[in-house]
Write a protein that binds this ligand. Structure first.
Ligand SMILES: Cc1cc2nc3c(=O)[nH]c(=O)nc-3n(C[C@H](O)[C@H](O)[C@H](O)COP(=O)(O)O)c2cc1C
Length: 197
């Protein structure tokens, strides 16, 4: 498979970068080719503007969106890696989703999110989070994020299979972070292929 990793963090020394690196190493060990979209390093503009609003998804598509869509077109599997911010996506990832997966290209207000306009791709959300698993799972945050992102966003993306992996306690001890990086590697190594159409 060709695996696209979309990374959102400005600091090359961050845990999120290390997680992306380990995920990609795992994917390569499984025999996949990899490509990294390092959104901060590349200066992606996350602001959804009039230019995005005026495009119908086929004509007048902003050139930076065309470039990201070309990346998606050549990918069989896509992994989004971003730190959990305020129980949501950081602005860069949110803007990439808003602008690139546009109306008329990714979806067109279909009743069934399983019927994306895009072909099936394998999808993974790999999310470093400062909180511990008991806090995230016990208070219902995990279930809420899974509904919104795995079922909602990834459903409209046409991802199948799709899942969310939270890297809990990413601000923790060295041992904890090492275990989380191994978890990231395993996610790359065991990435499933897209469900046949
Ligand atoms: C603005 C901001 C908001 C955050 N919000 C949350 C949050 O809602 N839940 C959580 O578990 N961690 C939260 N964190 C912690 C980050 O998820 C954590 O810093 C990150 O996973 C650590 O990895 P990094 O070294 O790649 O930044 C937040 C951090 C920042 C800077």
């Amino acid at each position: 498979m060709h695996v696209l990793t979309v990374l959102d963090h400005p600091n090359p020394k961050s845990f999120s970068h290390a997680a992306a690196h380990h995920f990609m190493m795992g994917a390569e060990a499984a025999g996949h080719t990899t490509e990294l979209a390092d959104l901060h390093a590349e200066g992606f503009n996350p602001l959804w503007t009039m230019a995005d609003n005026e495009s119908d998804g086929h004509s007048n598509v902003p050139s930076d969106v065309v470039r990201e869509q070309a990346r998606i077109a050549r990918a069989d599997a896509i992994c989004l890696i971003f730190p959990l911010f305020w129980w949501g996506m950081p602005a860069m990832t949110k803007g990439w989703v808003d602008r690139v997966w546009s109306w008329g290209w990714a979806y067109d207000q279909l009743g069934d999110p399983e019927q994306s306009m895009q072909r099936n791709r394998s999808g993974l959300l790999l999310i470093p989070a400062g909180a511990r698993s008991d806090e995230v799972e016990g208070k219902g945050y995990r279930a809420a994020l899974d509904t919104c992102w795995t079922q909602g966003t990834f459903g409209f993306f046409g991802f199948s299979p799709r899942r969310m992996e939270l890297l809990y306690g990413s601000k923790g001890s060295e041992a904890r972070r090492k275990a989380l990086l191994e978890q990231s590697y395993t996610c790359g190594l065991t990435l499933p292929p897209p469900t046949p159409a």
